[in-house]
Design a protein around this ligand. Structure first.
Ligand code: KG4
Ligand code: ZN
Length: 344
């Protein structure tokens, strides 16, 4: 039977716990701190740590209770060890190591972005888990934007990454500029659906197919210059048009690079993972491109796009089964293709 694992995620502004059996999710609980940070326009690290501290025990309790398992039935404890905010990470790591010691089971540290990679394979009562297959992953979150060739578990090759802002960060900064609050992704996504994506011709940075590097800070500046010149949008329609035009520029570049990565690697499967994978426009564009160009794409369920602990549990289970477990080391930044993450 696949290992039964209790996982904890606390790298940024979500306190999350889950119980999984391999890639099958028995329970997943996510307590978001968005409301706490929204009034500051972004995540305040010190506040994040404090709220993780208050939230981690009830969230773990709820996940265990909902899973119907007892602590004695767990084979291991998993925790996000980085990258992330150091104070936030430490709360999860301390809780997880305390549990592992008390229960006498292994403690498994998981790279946050490996968790996102594995989110595409999760199953639950609503859908079966998928087998891990080789693919190209477009990892798009608030802190990362990169294309990765995934040959198997722990076999990662970063093909290209953003040179400046992450895609989610660009959404958050543009939303701040437009007075739309934090986080910016969901609200811009919603407004974009009502707008004309061709209304404003924003730049497509590094749209050259020969490089898989990306850049979003120029686009953010272009939006700022537009607003400086024309003033804040004066109507809901004008705001929707601006959001749709910004979103079209982001999606065009992401899809162009993702398809170039598929061609370069010869893979026929694309996954989009991370918070920005929830974007409706991006999901639709990927589905359309997959149909037109004959590669396979299946959107990750919305409940597993943002930060969650189920993905951390699934990554830990896969590592445990493959004998790829090592001690936990908290680190605030660590590349997905660092030798400490790779399988060999
Ligand atoms: O993976 P995630 O939950 O946390 C990190 O690891 O960063 O990603 C959060 C990011 C935020 O920047 C947020 O604005 C963005 O994901 N996001 C979206 C959408 N939902 C969340 N961006 C675009 N469209 C969305 N629907
Ligand atoms: Zn994340």
């Amino acid at each position: 039977m696949a290992p039964r694992i209790l996982a904890i995620e606390s790298s940024c502004d979500e306190t999350a716990a889950a119980v999984v059996e391999g890639s099958h999710v028995l329970a997943s609980v996510v307590r978001s701190q968005i409301e706490i940070h929204a009034r500051f326009g972004g995540v305040v690290p010190e506040l994040a740590s404090r709220h993780h501290l208050g939230g981690v025990v009830p969230v773990v309790d709820e996940a265990v209770q909902r899973s119907g398992c007892s602590l004695a039935e767990l084979d291991a404890i998993a925790v996000t060890e980085g990258p992330g905010l150091v104070g936030a990470l430490l709360v999860g790591v301390q809780m997880a190591s305390g549990l592992a010691t008390a229960l006498g089971v292994p403690l498994i540290g998981v790279h946050h972005m490996e968790g996102h990679l594995l989110s595409a394979f999760l199953g639950d009562d609503e859908r079966p888990a998928r087998p891990l297959r080789a693919h190209v992953a477009l990892l798009v979150s608030g802190g990362h934007t990169e294309l990765c060739d995934v040959a198997g578990l722990g076999q990662y090759r970063i093909l290209g990454a953003t040179r400046d802002d992450a895609a989610g960060e660009a959404y958050d900064k543009v939303a701040k500029l437009l007075g739309l609050g934090y986080p910016g992704g969901p609200v811009i996504d919603g407004l974009a659906a009502e707008g004309d994506p061709t209304a404003i011709a924003f730049p497509r940075a590094m749209a050259d197919r020969s490089t898989l590097e990306l850049s979003f800070s120029g686009l953010k500046t272009a939006v700022r210059v537009y607003v400086d010149r024309h003033g804040q949008p004066g109507s809901r329609q004008a705001l929707a048009d601006l959001c749709a035009s910004f979103q079209a520029a982001v999606i065009d570049v992401l899809m162009l690079k993702a398809q170039a990565a598929l061609r370069q690697t010869g893979r026929d499967r694309l996954h989009i993972v991370g918070g920005v994978a929830a974007n409706r426009g991006l999901r639709a564009a990927a589905e359309r491109a997959a149909r037109e160009h004959g590669f396979s794409f299946e959107a990750v369920p919305l409940r597993y796009c943002g930060d969650n602990a189920a993905m951390i549990g699934a990554a830990a289970a896969a590592r445990l089964e493959a004998g790829l477990v090592q001690g936990v080391h908290v680190h605030t930044s660590l590349a997905l293709d660092d030798p400490r993450v790779l399988a060999s």
